[in-house]
Design a protein around this ligand. Sequence first.
Ligand code: SAH
Length: 256
Amino acid sequence: MSRTPLQPGTVAFVGAGPGDPDLLTVKALRALQQADVVIHDRLVARDILDLANPAAQLLNAGKEGFGPSMSQDDINGLIVAQALTGARVVRLKGGDPTVFGRLDEELDAVSAAGIDWHVVPGITAASASVAAIGQSQTKRGRNAAVRFLTGHDMKGFADHDWRTLARPGEVAAIYMGKKSARFIQGRLIMHGADRATPVTVIENASRLDQRVLSTTLERLPADLAEADLTGPALTFLGLAPRAAEAALVQSKQELA
Ligand code: SAH
C-alpha cells in the first residue's frame, strides 16, 4: 500500500457484488456516491451504475470472455490517467474484485504511478449462487474445503487437480465454466468421478432474471446446451438445490 502517495488522485477498487444493488456493501455505495469517475466492467448492472454520483463520469472498460475488448494495458493506462487528473476514481468490478478480477495488474499499475489506492471487497458470485439454492459452501461431514475454479485461463481451458475434484463430497464453484463444461466433465469422469454427482448452474444469481439448472455431471453438457444460458453463470460441482436434494433423499428412502 502506498502510505505516502506522490500523486493527488485516488483509486478505490470496488466490488459491485453479483448484481442485486441491495448486495452492495455500504462502503461500496459510499465510494460510488463520492466518485468523480467510475470505470466499470461489462458485468456491472445498470441499476448499480445508477447509484453513482450523478456528476461522475462513467467509463466502460468491458471485457468479455475470449472476445475482443479493451486490452488490460489500456485499462491500466485509463485508470492511471484518470487518477492523475486528481479524480476520485472508482474501479468497479463484478462480485469481489479479488476473485478472477485481474486486480493485481491494475494494483501494480496504480502503485507504480505513486497513486493512493484501496480495495473494497464485494459479494462474490459463488456466495450469491449458493444463497439462491439454499445450500452452504462447506458442510460438516461433507466437505471441509471449497474451491473456486476458472473454466478457462489465458491458455484456454484451465487445468486443475482433477483427481481431488473427482472425489465424493467435493464442492467447487466454477467461474466462467459454460464453454468448458464438456472439458471439465470429461476430465472429472476420466479421474473417477461419479457420473451422478450433482451439478447446479446458476445464471444471473441474485438478479431478477436468475435461473437455476439442476443437473448431474453426466448430463451437464447436454442440459447446458439445451438451457441456452446467455447471462453470467456459475457452475457448482457437488451441490444440488436444497429442494431437489430433499426429493432425492426421499425417493431413495421410498426405494429402500
Ligand atoms: N469477480 C467476480 C467474478 C468475475 S469472473 C466475482 O467475484 O463474482 C466472471 C464470472 O463470474 C462469470 O463468467 C460467471 O461465472 C461468474 N458470475 C459473475 N456474476 C454472476 C452472477 N450474477 N451469477 C452467476 N455467475 C456470475
